[in-house]
Design a protein around this ligand. Structure first.
Ligand code: ADP
Length: 407
């Protein structure tokens, strides 16, 4: 089934057109700077010439129109007619407590995504705009919402409750939700395909290290703990997000610098993390380069990043009482031997050791085992594919729905 996967930010739309029966990308692309004077449009049909252009695109509906025009144009002929697309899958960041699985989008689901605006003010509003824009452009096919939070619904109460008055959980649903669920799900499933053991007996730790970063403990195929919490701000140090801090720092700053709430928000979300620590960059490649040139603060930022990963891995081994495999994925996890090595140094007590050569020579884009033969826990690099998870879930739900063009 040909499925269009849409991932909308406040000023961007990413798309992937995927043939789910062959798990094959057909075309992908991105429109950035929506609403700015000039927007940037990129289309990357697989095996064909990629294009990059500037256009004037003022909202998400126009962005979806641009994507459809490109796919349908005489020059590209990626699809013959809009009806070639059988379903649209939408990445929705926050599903709150309600959505444990992906769902067919109807009025009730749209309302629930809107109700979760408070929980994810940066993500859910543009996600909803993207759904409405896609429904306008493709009104006759099923649209499906796939939630970043859904995979972590299996967390037990001791992992999802915070140590605050319980009435705040009951009244406002303040609890740990966890994010990057499609990625943690995908890479753990790729690992299960490699081993000869029932999934129910496996213990895995997945490290999704991109601009946003999170770790999950997956016991018997189910997420039992994860580093992100009520929002995607907590846990690991990230590109520009702080990760876990002592909440009293906020009270202290309010008094010392008289910072209004919105500045605190920006401080922790956009000016902290690797960027804040280094004072130089939030991008790991830049930091590794500058640290190599002797910059002490860039080196410190890398050290804090890896230390946090090690802390979470240690605690999740304790949580699960063991670990068969640690999996690295996303931009940093897939591409940086240095970060993988440093995060797992001096863990012989836990029986974890990385093979220096295998780690250094791990081929990009492939599943690789990088632990040494003596390691008690296997260590893998597994490229993630969140869009494929969204496309496959969408195809499944669309086929079962009475909105399917085949029913
Ligand atoms: P996003 O969360 O935006 O999807 P990605 O998964 O693309 O992020 O990861 C982006 C991060 O990956 C950036 O910090 C980037 O520097 C880092 N990265 C990409 N390639 C490498 C590399 N070869 N070495 C170290 N870091 C890398």
């Amino acid at each position: 089934m040909l499925v269009l996967v849409i991932n909308c930010g406040s000023s961007s739309v990413k798309y992937n057109l995927i043939e789910t029966s062959e798990e094959r990308d057909v075309c992908k692309g991105m429109i950035e700077r929506i609403g700015a004077v000039t927007s940037i449009v990129k289309h990357e049909p697989v095996g064909e010439k990629h294009t990059k252009a500037t256009r004037n695109i003022s909202n998400h509906t126009e962005a979806l129109q641009e994507i459809m025009n490109y796919l349908l144009s005489d020059e590209n002929k990626i699809i013959e007619s809009p009806s070639d697309i059988k379903a649209v899958g939408h990445r929705v960041v926050h599903g709150g407590e309600r959505f444990k699985d992906s769902v067919l989008i109807d009025k009730d689901v749209l309302d629930a995504i809107e109700e979760a605006f408070d929980l994810a003010p940066l993500h859910n509003p543009p996600n909803l705009k993207g759904i409405q824009a896609a429904q306008t452009n493709l009104p006759d096919v099923p649209h499906v919402a796939v939630f970043d939070t859904a995979f972590h619904h299996s967390l037990p109460p001791e992992a999802y409750l915070y140590g605050i008055p319980n009435r705040l959980y009951r009244r406002y649903k303040i609890r740990r939700y966890g994010f990057h669920g499609t990625s943690h799900y995908y890479v753990s499933r790729q690992y299960y395909k490699l081993i000869d053991k029932p999934v129910s007996e496996t213990k895995v730790i997945t490290c999704h290290l991109g601009n946003g970063a999170s770790i999950a403990a997956i016991n018997g195929g189910k997420s039992v703990d994860t580093s992100m919490g009520f929002t995607p701000l907590s846990g690991l140090v990230m590109g520009t997000r702080s990760g876990d801090i002592d909440p009293s720092i906020l009270f202290y700053l309010v008094e010392k610098e008289e910072l209004p709430l919105k500045n605190l928000h920006a401080l922790l979300n956009r000016h902290s993390g690797l960027l804040g620590l280094s004072g130089y960059a939030g991008d790991m490649r830049d930091l590794i380069e500058e640290a190599g040139n002797g910059d002490r603060r860039c080196q410190q930022a890398i050290d804090v990043f890896c230390y946090k990963i090690k802390q979470f891995i240690g605690s999740y081994i304790a949580v699960m009482n063991g670990c068969d495999a640690i999996i690295f994925t996303a931009g940093i996890g897939e591409n940086s031997p240095l970060i993988r090595q440093q995060s797992l140094t001096n863990m012989d007590y836990l029986g974890i050791s990385v093979d220096g050569d295998k780690n250094q020579n791990a081929e990009r884009g492939k599943i690789q085992k990088i632990s040494s033969d003596l390691s008690k826990t296997d260590v893998y690099v597994v490229p993630t594919n969140e869009e494929l998870v969204i496309a496959i879930d969408t195809a499944k739900i669309a086929l079962a729905s009475d909105q399917s063009p085949w029913v």
